[in-house]
Write a protein that binds this ligand. Structure first.
Ligand code: ATP
Ligand code: ATP
Ligand code: MG
Ligand code: MG
Ligand code: MG
Ligand code: MG
Length: 237
């Protein structure tokens, strides 16, 4: 490799290598998907095609790096990839991990789009893209709490969104009326409102909506109660 007098500029590059023997979570999240989902007329609150597309994209990421992967969990426009603590993927460089996961996820999402949105081609002015970050977790109990956090978030958001949209779509409330009706209510009250006002038993909602999606390192996509299964999910880690 020829050296030039310009080579020295490389010294300005810094590499943020992540601590060794520490769990890495790479989380990708869709950029402005609130608008994106409006533009492409996603069903509210849950567009099943969009969730399946997220899952298919994430599955390809998991399978590509399966020897480094413990599991992945996704909801809405985000996916978390949990890597083994001894992973040396990309020499544990944070910028490489985040950018490559973000772009690998995005390229899969774009390439697989027509499989799920068969009658709605992507518009060049409204392309999907995802941010990505790496977060380090120093112990298994904290990694378990991380996953539990995302799982509880899925539940809370889905219950609220399901109740909100049913009040709008089924009971003809305005967004403001629906918001007021739900304001200050706890989970059990939201379930009660859904049942009495809209005739919907929240327990019968699809598992993928209520529980999010978990991808094992083998690539199986499952919808489980993460809190109940948490120890089993990390067995041997
Ligand atoms: P940011 O760029 O900061 O992430 P955002 O608009 O993407 O902004 P998020 O908090 O990531 O905000 O929320 C994602 C939004 O995308 C949801 O609130 C919802 O409106 C929409 N969305 C994502 N997935 C779906 C889906 N499967 N069905 C319907 N709407 C969805
Ligand atoms: P890394 O993942 O570390 O970046 P790399 O294989 O991408 O590895 P680079 O130093 O980025 O290594 O080099 C890119 C290589 O891609 C070039 O050496 C060349 O072989 C190939 N390449 C890139 N663009 C073109 C092109 N337009 N035509 C032919 N070959 C190309
Ligand atoms: Mg965000
Ligand atoms: Mg987003
Ligand atoms: Mg999000
Ligand atoms: Mg290159």
């Amino acid at each position: 490799m020829a050296n030039s007098k310009f080579e020295y500029v490389r010294q300005f590059e810094s590499h943020d290598v992540l601590l060794p023997q520490t769990y890495i979570v790479v989380r990708v999240d869709g950029k402005k998907f609130h608008e994106f989902s409006k533009f492409y007329d996603f069903d509210k609150p849950n567009d099943i095609r969009a969730l399946k597309l997220m899952n298919a994209s994430a599955k390809n990421v998991v399978l590509k790096y399966k020897s480094d992967m413990i599991l992945a969990f996704g909801e809405s426009d985000e996916y978390s990839f949990i890597l083994r603590k001894d992973s040396v993927l990309f020499n544990r460089r944070s910028d490489k991990l985040a950018t490559l996961f973000g772009s690998l996820f995005t390229s899969n999402y774009v390439a697989l789009w027509p499989k799920f949105f068969t009658d709605r081609p992507l518009d060049l002015k409204h392309l999907p893209y995802f941010d990505a970050r790496c977060v380090l977790y120093p112990s298994l109990p904290i990694v378990k709490d991380y996953l539990s956090w995302r799982f509880v978030d899925t539940h809370i958001n889905n219950l609220y969104n399901t109740a909100f949209w049913q009040l709008v779509l089924k009971c003809g409330m305005t967004a403001q009326e629906s918001e007021n009706r739900l304001s200050g209510t706890v989970s059990s009250e939201k379930q009660e409102i859904l049942f009495t006002d809209c005739g919907i038993n929240y327990n019968n909602e699809p598992e993928i909506f209520k529980k999010g999606s978990l991808i094992t390192k083998k690539g199986d996509i499952i919808h489980v109660d993460v809190i109940k299964e948490i120890d089993q999910l990390f067995e041997g880690c």
